[in-house]
Design a protein around this ligand. Structure first.
Ligand code: SF4
Ligand code: SF4
Length: 508
């Protein structure tokens, strides 16, 4: 009986891990998923080191690549105390082991957060600890070899930097930070992915992730005005590049150029008109998202700088940010120290309610959900929640707003007032314990489609259990991945933003 049970378990495991790739090693099924390598045309634009066309068959690494990578590792460990600490203090307790959606999706032990981090930690041990230098593999240290590099490239690009594992670690080790450092080290020898560098090249050359030129962005804003006029008969303006406006509004380019994000954008425009907000968008700061976070700290800083420079140039008082996930990780956790201090702006005060956003005193940047929740609390919005009665709505928390910002109650406060039928999701799969949609941190790419769909399984099932037919999200990447996810898992729910529902309920 025991043998039969074991065979069944083995068969099940095989079913879960058998992919079509001829290169698949079934012991480590995660090896089936690899991002396409970056192209010279993009890395040239980003001015990344050792820009070249390369493949995993022909890496074309610089001759002294090991030396460069090891030196970069040392620099990062010296510069970022958290990184050094996370490398040193892991007790191998395994509490994080089954908390990662990519481990659940592949059952590959190297996708366990502790094992993922160990890929880097073991190399660090070899070159930067006495025990590792003296005793090598006896103390779990390993050389940085081509094989080790290939494992880094495979598994650090199967981590969406979601930070779920850190919630369960008794030491608070943030594997997302280790992933970010590993990607930075790989970038120092020209090992980067096609998708992320393609997006970053568009940001540098045009200004935003989708490569929307200024004229097309302006057209989009005019189109939104027309759409609102057709729907409501009201003349709503979406100001762009207006010097001296009180507030600079920054949002992901997907909001004004993508679907289903567009309806969230319509919601913002209606809302700002409704309360008479003196704001502007910008064709220079035309992207809130920051794919630099997924590449190197240098790229993150350069990308974020566009918002800071534009706020200064336009002479606004403070910045309002739209619905996005990693955009807020950067703005909330890094902007103030990375490109700040932001004290050339005023500490944010709502011109409509007089509320002082103390939490944004450092970054001078307010999340649109905080802004809207405050408007509702002060009775400044005329709302008809019945306009959303066709929807049974649930909120699916996105990793960065929920875990990096603690922005959990504000969207719910809004949703309960703009919809009559709101249902909560099982908190084991949501709130600060939320799972990634599967496509964060540069994984939203076609070659990882199967991994994205599998990794999104926990969230898809959590949505199904609510019986909701509308999933409200406040992340541009989630909004892109979820429609595919719902389709893949057969969950009949529409995807949209919190401000799409606000826009529906507003009586203009
Ligand atoms: S940060 Fe998220 S994706 Fe990365 S190892 Fe931890 S749980 Fe997995
Ligand atoms: S939970 Fe923390 S200490 Fe334990 S294995 Fe994971 S990273 Fe290491």
């Amino acid at each position: 009986m025991k043998a039969e049970a074991e065979t069944k378990a083995e068969t099940k495991r095989f079913e879960l891990t058998a992919f079509e790739s001829t290169k698949t090693d079934f012991t480590f099924p995660g090896q089936a998923y690899k991002c396409y390598s970056s192209e010279k045309k993009d890395t040239d634009v980003c001015r990344l080191p050792f820009s070249r066309d390369w493949t995993m068959e022909d890496w074309r690494l610089p001759p002294n690549w090991k030396e460069i990578a090891i030196r970069r590792m040392g620099e990062l460990a010296k510069k970022y105390r958290s990184f050094q600490l996370f490398l040193d203090i892991c007790a191998n307790c395994g509490a994080c082991g089954d908390k990662c959606q990519y481990y659940l999706a592949t059952l590959d032990p190297k996708n366990m957060p502790v094992k993922r981090a160990e890929l880097l930690r073991s190399v660090y041990r070899r070159y930067y600890t006495l025990g590792g230098r003296l005793f090598g593999s006896l103390v779990g240290a390993q050389e940085l070899t081509r094989e080790a590099l290939e494992e880094w490239y495979t598994y650090f690009y199967q981590c969406s930097e979601c930070r779920r594992c850190s919630l369960f670690c008794p030491y608070g080790i943030d594997t997302a930070e280790i992933t970010a450092m590993a990607r930075d080290i790989m970038a120092s020898i020209g090992v980067t992915t096609k998708y992320i560098t393609e997006v970053q090249a568009k940001v540098h050359a045009i200004g935003n992730n989708l490569g929307v030129p200024p004229a097309a962005m302006m057209n989009s804003c005019r189109f939104a005005e027309e759409e609102i006029k057709d729907e409501t008969g009201v003349d709503v303006k979406v100001p762009v590049n207006k010097r001296g406006a009180e507030v600079l509004f920054v949002t992901p380019s997907a909001d004004y150029f993508g679907d289903p994000h567009w309806y969230t954008f319509i919601g913002y425009a209606k809302l700002f008109h409704h309360v008479g907000l003196d704001y502007t968008m910008s064709t220079y700061a035309s992207e809130g998202g920051n794919f630099g976070l997924f590449l190197t700290y240098g790229e993150m800083k350069k990308t974020n700088r566009r918002i800071v420079d534009e706020a200064r140039r336009l002479g606004v008082k403070w910045i309002l940010g739209g619905e996005c996930g990693h955009m807020w990780r950067v703005l909330h956790s890094f902007m103030d120290t990375m490109n700040g201090p932001m004290d050339f702006l005023e500490e944010p005060v709502s011109p409509v309610t007089g509320t002082y956003f103390k939490n944004a005193a450092g970054s001078r940047m307010v999340h649109v959900c905080e802004f809207t929740a405050d408007l509702i609390k002060h009775g400044k919005l005329k709302l008809d929640p019945g306009k959303n009665d066709q929807f049974r709505v649930t909120m699916s928390d996105s990793c960065n707003p929920a875990r990096a910002m603690g922005l959990i109650e504000e969207p719910r406060y809004i949703l309960r007032r703009v919809c009559n039928k709101y249902v909560e999701m099982n908190p084991e799969f949501n709130r600060e314990r939320t799972y990634c949609c599967g496509g964060g941190a540069g994984l939203l790419t076609d070659e990882l489609m199967e991994l994205r769909m599998r990794a999104g399984g926990p969230k898809a099932e959590a949505v199904r259990a609510t019986g909701a037919n509308f999933v409200a999200l406040i992340c541009a990447i989630c909004k892109a991945n979820y429609p595919l996810l719902m389709d893949y898992w057969g969950v009949p729910a529409r995807i949209g933003g919190v401000h799409e529902l606000v826009g529906n309920a507003l009586i203009l």
